[in-house]
Design a protein around this ligand. Sequence first.
Ligand code: NAP
Length: 449
Amino acid sequence: MGQLDEKLHPVYAEVLARNPGETEFHQSVHEVLDSLGPVVTKHPEYTDSAVIRRLCEPERQIIFRVPWVDDAGNVQINRGFRVEFNSALGPYKGGLRFHPSVYLGIVKFLGFEQIFKNSLTGMPIGGGKGGSDFDPKGRSAGEVMRFCQAFMTELYRHIGEYTDVPAGDIGVGGREVGYLFGQYKRITNRYESGVLTGKGLTWGGSQVRTEATGYGTVFFTQEVLRARGASFDGKRVVVSGSGNVATYAIEKVHQLGGTVVACSDSSGFVVDESGIDLALLKEVKEVRRGRLADYAELRGAGASHTERGRVWEVPCDIALPCATQNELEEQDAVVLARNGCTIVAEGANMPCTPEAVRALTEAGVTFAPGKAANAGGVATSALEMQQNASRDSWTFEHTEERLAEIMRGIHDRCLTTADEYGSPGSYVAGANIAGFIRVADAMLALGVI
Ligand code: NAP
């Protein structure tokens, strides 16, 4: 990891000492602090008032037992989490992740990132995140429903449209949000649409929310291309993952004239030189809840599937990591750059390791961090909250135009801020500093709370 400004050493040392073993959380804090040197030099009030130290300590961390009964009648016990990290700008806002790897350190890294991402959107939302070590893979719909009901039976007392508004993330899509919302409504006897986002279109959801993170990542990348006088037209793109973010990133790349030639899941990757067939991908992943190997089999001669392996070895102009944290390592970055890739934009949260980011930067590859590039999901969640509050629903076209406008705004804010603080062209510095200043100023205004 790089060197921090010496004024920030004690802050990072304190984070390490207070949060032992939470390596992903340490990584995400270091990544932000790394950009803040010029900010604390120009604005000593942020260190004098301990704003940065306060930012690194969640306002509230909730850990709870989730007991439920599986199809065979056995009692299963999982652990649930909600980290309410920062509410200076609005109610805590951030998704729920159901994946066996989830523990407190993952939830805190995601919640910490979320503070700056949400701030960067310019919208009135604080930062939080939650989830469980529950593994939905191989579970029946009935088991998933009973798990979601048990999870919400505890979570409901901590959330609310003015308090904390969860959404989806890995392992939590429209189906799970439905079960969660149903249980919230049953327990509270309130049709409080604004308590969750990512809802279905007939019961309070917003157009474009399903597509928003993937579309937003591609809109952001389009701005990066536009800034150098280029477009997606004719570009070869590699996307990792094949879940929600990946699927809609692929869709938007194809609409803008690029070709996504490969995507992946946790078992391997598929190469399809004529472009990933999106209808088939959706059928396999969303309807059959199958694996990418099934895609290759159904697609026939045009596509090939590789077990395990690195999707980053497929040559491309643009890479969009859209699966999970630390999935793109230094060696992958070297291979991407050598094969002519010029832009890496993060659809997932922290998918590139710090070493990979350094290697990309040194090789002259433009790097767009997730805080900026994948903020379209939470921004559209905030649009869903606006529609719920006014009991209105907007058209797909209007909502998509708002999303595109928000992504343009984030892009431009990153570049202007990077310029102002002496790192022209750095989306990392721009995103971290712009996200930090808005939330830090709100914290200063609200006093020591
Ligand atoms: P998802 O629908 O559950 O899809 C996740 C995809 O990533 C799947 O293809 C999954 O493959 C793959 N994956 C997950 N864990 C993996 C691992 N350890 N190794 C390799 N592949 C793995 O989740 P999603 O909503 O698309 O989220 C993807 C990323 O975007 C996450 O980092 C999330 O935090 C971030 N994000 C999501 C949103 C949103 O609105 N959903 C917003 C902002 C950021 P398998 O099916 O094989 O597990």
